[in-house]
Design a protein around this ligand. Structure first.
Ligand SMILES: *Cc1c(COP(=O)(O)O)cnc(C)c1O
Length: 477
């Protein structure tokens, strides 16, 4: 950015100043006198306030200059600059000792607390390096076998087929179950779009049903109502770490002869009864995206107890190529393979999954403790019969007098990244024709937000402290 783009003369008009501000897109102009020395700093907010105080656009900038303004010298240290940042000015002119503007310094609002961040402090680097040095960096290698074996063992299934991501895991599962044109697949209104997109890509028809008010998961009563002779499968999604009612869902599936594909992308380690979710459905799909419970960067896995489905998925994952006759294709397949590099990271993550889950839970508990006096903030239920949820991203529901979106904005201001809940699928133009029922999902989506939740605890105190302040202030507004 050329510094002249920031400069206006004190004898220019306010309109001129607005033009300068508009052109440099930094919301500020540095005002100089006739000797070209800095004599003020004007922001777009200053001009707005001046106009509201009856100043006119053709008045000289000089008329609204303040005596005091923030600037820095070009021989100041970075630390000295940081002190000036406290004054809230985002863009500060830098002058030489003759007060001539030579540069500017911008304090970019840095998100110190992203909503999620991977934690790679175990053996991740060691194994990744090992895979790299072995030169098995593509989609064969020991780490893939190991990751498939250990993850399926952790969840409690016989087989695991690693994929390039969680979405391709869903696509692979649907393809292996031969879901196709004309088939109906029942899924919840409240989920991430990957769940429904994969169904649509196969030309099958998604049927969107409502969630349970308490658990936020697909409602078995609605599933049963939505079943038609064309229904082939159900995709329960264990949303935000909460297990679906797997007993009821498996009963319904059995009664109507339907497949169940569990979408476990957000619930690694959650339990229904004494079994982990992901061990109930015909196939279950996990994601290891960077913000999930454990990560491989991008990555996913399909789990099953069926030898036949395992075999089918391995073939489909690898272009549909025959396992015994190279370059011979009997089905139209995909390339959905995971690399050995990803799997190496996955193996290391899995070694620490118990600690990771414990730490994530501590975020949720700390948020509950901190916000307990604000009774209009509520939580996902953690005591539902038979269900043992995990914490993926701690979720809260915000009700009046506080506005959810206002809270998100205020938190962003101080560097805490909070995310609104998913929109219900059924409110989006591209999905609305698939709606069966959505009442609870609409209600929930408006109120919810996810707060930062990490696998390590080192930022927790700081987040909690700031969160409490922000909520208190909002309440007073
Ligand atoms: C993340 C996610 C997926 C997709 O996983 P990717 O690895 O991002 O492709 C699918 N379903 C749900 C519910 C998810 O949260």
């Amino acid at each position: 950015m050329i510094i002249s783009k920031f400069i206006s003369n004190k004898n220019d008009t306010l309109l001129n100043a607005m033009e300068v501000i508009n052109n440099n897109k930094h919301g500020v102009t540095f005002v100089v006198n006739n000797e070209n020395k800095l004599c003020g700093v004007i922001t777009d907010g200053d001009i707005r306030r001046a106009l509201l105080n009856n100043h006119k656009l053709d008045e000289k900038i000089e008329n609204i200059l303040k005596n005091r303004f923030i600037y820095a010298y070009d021989d100041e240290t970075y630390e000295e600059l940081l002190v000036k940042k406290e004054n809230k000015n985002r863009t500060i002119p830098i002058v030489n000792r003759d007060m001539e503007v030579v540069n500017f310094f911008e304090f970019k609002q840095k998100l110190y607390f992203p909503v999620a961040e991977p934690n790679l402090e175990g053996n991740e680097y060691k194994y990744l390096n090992d895979a790299f040095l072995s030169s098995w960096i593509s989609s064969s290698g020991e780490y893939i076998n190991k990751f498939e074996k250990e993850f399926s063992k952790y969840i409690g299934t016989k087989y695991g087929v690693a994929t390039s991501n969680g979405t391709t895991a869903l696509s692979l599962a649907l393809a292996a179950l031969d879901i196709k044109d004309g088939d109906e697949v029942i899924l919840p209104d409240f989920t991430f779009a990957a769940t429904i997109n994969t169904v649509i890509h196969l030309n099958a028809k998604p049927v969107i049903v409502d969630i349970e008010k308490e658990s936020w998961c697909i409602d078995p009563i609605e599933i049963e109502k939505a079943i038609t002779p064309k229904t082939k499968a159900i995709i329960p999604v264990h949303i935000y770490g909460q297990p679906c009612n797997m007993e009821k869902i498996m009963d319904i599936a059995e009664k109507h002869n339907l497949f169940v594909i569990e979408d476990c992308a957000q619930a690694h380690g959650a339990k229904y009864g004494d079994k982990k979710i992901g061990s109930f459905g015909h196939i279950s799909c996990f994601s290891f995206f960077g913000n999930k419970v454990i990560t491989t960067g991008e990555g996913g896995m399909c789990l099953t107890d069926s030898e036949e489905l395992d075999e089918k998925m391995r073939v489909l994952r690898d272009h549909g190529m025959s396992k015994t006759k190279r370059y011979w294709h009997e089905v139209v397949g995909y390339n959905f393979r995971m690399t050995n590099l990803q799997a190496a990271i996955g193996v290391a993550q899995l070694e620490r999954i118990d600690t990771i889950l414990e730490n994530r839970k501590k975020y949720e508990q700390a948020y509950k403790n901190t916000l307990k006096e604000f009774n209009y903030i509520t939580y996902q239920k953690s005591n539902l019969e038979n269900r043992e949820k995990i914490t993926w991203l701690a979720s809260i529901l915000v009700d009046t007098p506080i506005n959810r979106d206002a809270l998100i904005v205020e938190l962003k201001e101080i560097g805490i990244d909070a995310r609104p809940f998913f929109y219900p699928l059924s409110v989006m133009e591209i999905y609305k024709d698939y709606l069966f029922s959505n009442k609870n999902s609409i209600e929930l989506s408006k109120k919810g937000l996810n707060l930062p939740t990490y696998a390590s605890l080192y930022k927790l105190d700081k987040i909690v402290e700031n969160l409490e302040k922000v909520v208190e202030n909002l309440e007073k507004k």
